[in-house]
Design a binder for this molecule. Structure first.
Ligand SMILES: Nc1ncnc2c1ncn2[C@@H]1O[C@H](COP(=O)(O)OP(=O)(O)O)[C@@H](O)[C@H]1O
Ligand SMILES: [Mg+2]
Length: 248
């Protein structure tokens, strides 16, 4: 069997302490195969971003382990295999698009030759060629998101992790990001992305996970999830309501 792209085993994460204790993740386990587009669904505050931050080792788990292509997060070197787009990408406003990508490329240890070939290609792919020498401070939300994508892809990683890549974008911006995810899948990349935009999940994903209040409610094929009847929206709402009812 091939190694999973991402394997999360028995993850617990708690913020705060005492009466302010907030258990953000409860015993979360997930496996994402190589080459898959995997949608991570959940309402606001479900624990999606926390899971992603744990995967990138921006946070440490209380319990459990995370693995990227067989490398254990926190032990082995794994970041070169991951491309990450955060929920709100932050850039240096005074740098231009090309300077932003150059900075990332150099920090990734890429050679000058590879950099010279890859940056113009990524700017073109993200329809940012005309903005190559413009300062990022003046970019629209959609342009920043596309630059964030170029940044995530700069070192040609195998596994892409996008936190709410379509949120806050207009229909054109969403279409561009969706097309890119579909292209990356064609290239054989693994894409793990969180979203609460159900139509985007439906259009792109092979498999999904649904998380609510830090608890995994479903993980499996999109088709199997919908087999219970109704649209993805209806199924999603029903699963969340049933979980709330069970807790009450
Ligand atoms: N740095 C933090 N400190 C304290 N609580 C946090 C922190 N980050 C997230 N949380 C809490 O953890 C829970 C999950 O948040 P998050 O992972 O951001 O959810 P999502 O991305 O699904 O909207 C929420 O209750 C949130 O308030
Ligand atoms: Mg989030």
């Amino acid at each position: 069997m091939t190694i999973p792209a991402i394997e999360i085993i028995g993850l617990d994460k708690c913020f705060g302490s005492g009466r302010k204790k907030n258990q953000a993740l409860h015993n979360l386990s997930l496996t994402i195969a190589q080459g898959e587009v995997f949608g991570f669904l959940g309402p606001n505050g479900a624990g999606k971003s926390t899971t992603i931050k744990l995967l990138l080792r921006f946070l440490k788990p209380d319990n459990g382990s995370l693995h990227v292509l067989g490398n254990t997060v926190g032990h082995d070197e794994f970041r070169h295999q991951i491309g990450y787009l955060s929920e709100v990408p932050v850039f240096y406003d005074h740098l231009t698009a090309i300077e932003t990508l150059l900075l990332s490329a150099r920090l990734s240890g890429m050679t000058r030759q590879v950099i010279n070939q890859r940056i113009p290609m990524l700017l073109e792919r993200m329809t940012l060629t005309e903005a190559t020498n413009r300062r990022v401070g003046g970019f629209s939300k959609g342009m920043k998101q596309r630059l964030g994508m170029a940044n995530a892809l700069i070192h040609d990683p195998e596994v892409l992790i996008f936190d709410e890549p379509m949120s806050g974008l207009d229909p054109l911006g969403r279409y561009q990001i969706k097309s890119l995810i579909a292209e990356l899948k064609q290239e054989g990349k693994t894409i793990f992305f969180s979203s609460h935009i159900l139509s985007d999940i439906e259009a792109l994903c092979d498999r999904i996970a649904v998380i609510h209040k830090g608890v995994l409610l479903y993980s499996g094929g999109l088709g199997d999830f919908l087999r219970g009847g109704g649209s993805l929206e209806e199924r999603f709402v029903r699963v969340i309501e049933e979980a709330d009812h069970a807790c009450a």
